[in-house]
Design a protein around this ligand. Sequence first.
Ligand SMILES: *[C@@H]1O[C@H](CO)[C@@H](O)[C@H](O)[C@H]1NC(C)=O
Ligand SMILES: *[C@@H]1O[C@H](CO)[C@@H](O)[C@H](O)[C@H]1NC(C)=O
Length: 67
Amino acid sequence: MKRKVCVIGAGIIGLTSALTIQENVPEVEVTIVADTFTPNTTSDGSGGFWQPHLLNQSQSEKIRQLP
Ligand SMILES: *[C@@H]1O[C@H](CO)[C@@H](O)[C@H](O)[C@H]1NC(C)=O
Ligand SMILES: *[C@@H]1O[C@H](CO)[C@@H](O)[C@H](O)[C@H]1NC(C)=O
């Protein structure tokens, strides 16, 4: 019998949790429930700000460029 798991949230924590459960729990059915999905999650925004100070400052135009 399949186990059913519901993950609330589709940001980096939700998707990572869902994937980890899917890969490690045998015979599981994972459902993700969220009010927003990429590219509108908080994770999409905060991921873009992650450690830009480590990049070469001479390329600041590329750092500011939207995807
Ligand atoms: C993201 O937000 C925009 C603007 O509100 C919307 O048009 C789009 O459908 C949303 N995308 C998803 C995947 O929810
Ligand atoms: C920064 O980028 C410039 C232009 O690509 C390059 O000449 C320079 O060596 C880089 N500096 C560092 C510290 O990577």
